[in-house]
Design a binder for this molecule. Structure first.
Ligand code: MG
Length: 443
């Protein structure tokens, strides 16, 4: 017979209490039903492109309604100013330097998100979630790197960006894939937003009796911009506005499908984008609103995004000024699903549930801004320090010295306070130097 010592008894009691905490955390709300998660992730959408973020021309009534009924973040950042690394960060909760996906992948790339990375889909699958990726993947188009090998049961969409069909580079015609197979080539780009939406709705309908995670990384509004016939020429915001208004329609269709399936109250919907607008493309690119910079820069315009969280009956409607990031989705979903975080993995995101559900102000945190492997800036509280830079952004020269901004007072990063606060500059530069000394590539 097993001898029960005081230590093993205490250990068992502790384990039982721990399991109880996990179970209650996972099933507390919504009558014990597991929560579903829907992430709509645009491509190159600007901070200023939606009505609820101040755009006066582009009409986004469905997104505005979600924002009004949910939590609209003012300071929500993606974790990279370009496509592939931003996606790696969202799905893993880790800065892109940790997975090594620090640059945009091309049709010639032979790499992808390493198998060792644990994605949101894999974390949730441990609790029986149905998972789908419907849209642009861009974390490796070769078979070992496709969504099916990163925890997704179902995949429909483009394996990389919609502009990656350049003859001079030797790109093949743009492939549209279902699971591991090409189903159309070249893909009809005018139909992408509609087809992604139909696929997303069908996934909700067939998954409504299970917990599910639906990831919808739209191909739009990345150039070349396209929309369906029904939206062409309709927006006061021009061709770009047409594209955003179709995305707004798409979000409305998805939310309506959740309601029709009877799962809206059990589903957290998150809407954001991978990086800021490509203003280089003028009227075919978006707007950073009041922010400085664009895609490819670590100014706020390159990385701060619309961040809308919608969960009817669970979130107190408000405009939320606390900082948050796409890095936070994995730990937040894990907490809400009652699943353990991946073991032995350095996560950079934070669990947002105390902020989202109880409005508990989060402890002060640091957020690092990378361009590829180059650590360029850090935010701590309202301060953002940006290292001197000299280089080019999409062919345009960019040069500046050390920059220090108070983002609460000056979100547009116009008023450089570096000379006025040298001690803050020194302290934040020391934080960058210290972070650079850590081994990013260890798990
Ligand atoms: Mg992008």
């Amino acid at each position: 017979m097993e001898q029960i010592t005081r230590r093993t008894l205490l250990g068992r009691l502790g384990a039982a209490a721990g399991a109880g905490v996990l179970a209650s955390r996972g099933a507390a709300a919504a009558g014990g039903r597991p929560r579903n998660f829907v992430v709509v992730f645009c491509d190159d959408l600007g901070y200023g492109d939606l009505g609820c973020y101040g755009n006066g021309q582009i009409k986004t009534p469905r997104l505005d309604a979600l924002a009004a009924a949910g939590v609209r973040f003012t300071d929500f950042c993606s974790a990279a100013p370009v496509c592939s690394p931003s996606r790696a960060a969202l799905l893993t909760g880790r800065y892109p330097v940790r997975s090594g996906i620090t640059r945009v992948l091309f049709p010639q790339s032979e790499n992808g998100l390493p198998e060792s990375e644990r994605t949101i889909a894999e974390v949730l699958k441990g609790r029986g979630y149905a998972t789908a990726c419907i849209g642009k993947w861009h974390l490796g188009h070769l078979p070992p790197f496709l969504p099916m090998n990163h925890g997704f049961d179902y995949y429909f969409g483009l394996p990389y960006s919609n502009d990656m069909e350049k003859n001079q580079r030797g790109d093949p015609p743009l492939p549209l894939m279902r699971n591991g197979k090409i189903v159309e080539q070249p893909a009809d780009q005018t139909a992408l937003t509609r087809r992604y939406t139909e696929e997303a709705v069908a996934f909700i309908e067939r998954s409504k009796d299970r917990p599910f995670f639906l990831y919808v990384p739209h191909s739009m509004p990345h150039v070349p911009i396209h929309c369906g016939e029904a939206f062409r020429g309709k927006s006061a915001g021009g061709a770009y506005g047409d594209v955003i208004e179709e995305i707004d329609w798409s979000v409305g269709r998805i939310v309506d499908a959740l309601a029709a399936a009877g799962v809206a109250k059990h589903t957290l919907v998150v809407f954001t984008s991978d990086n800021g607008p490509w203003t280089h493309y003028k009227e075919h690119g978006g707007s950073p609103g009041p922010l400085r910079g664009q895609k490819g820069t670590t100014f706020e315009g390159g990385m701060r995004e619309p961040g809308i969280f919608y969960w009817p009956g669970r979130l107190t409607p408000r405009v939320e000024p606390a900082f948050a990031s796409t890095l936070d989705l994995l730990p937040t979903f894990a907490a809400l699903a009652g699943v353990d975080l991946p073991e032995g993995v350095t996560l950079d995101g934070r669990d947002l549930t105390p902020l989202l559900l109880e409005e508990t102000p989060p402890p002060e945190r640091e957020f690092f801004y990378f361009l590829a492997d180059d650590l360029q800036a850090v935010r701590r509280g309202d301060w953002k320090y940006k290292r001197p830079f000299k280089g080019k952004v999409y062919g345009e020269p960019l040069e500046h010295g050390a920059l220090l901004f108070n983002l609460r007072e000056d979100p547009g990063e116009r008023n450089n306070l570096a000379d006025a606060h040298p001690e803050t500059v020194a302290a934040l530069e020391a934080r960058l130097a210290a972070f650079e000394k850590t081994d990013w590539r260890t798990p």
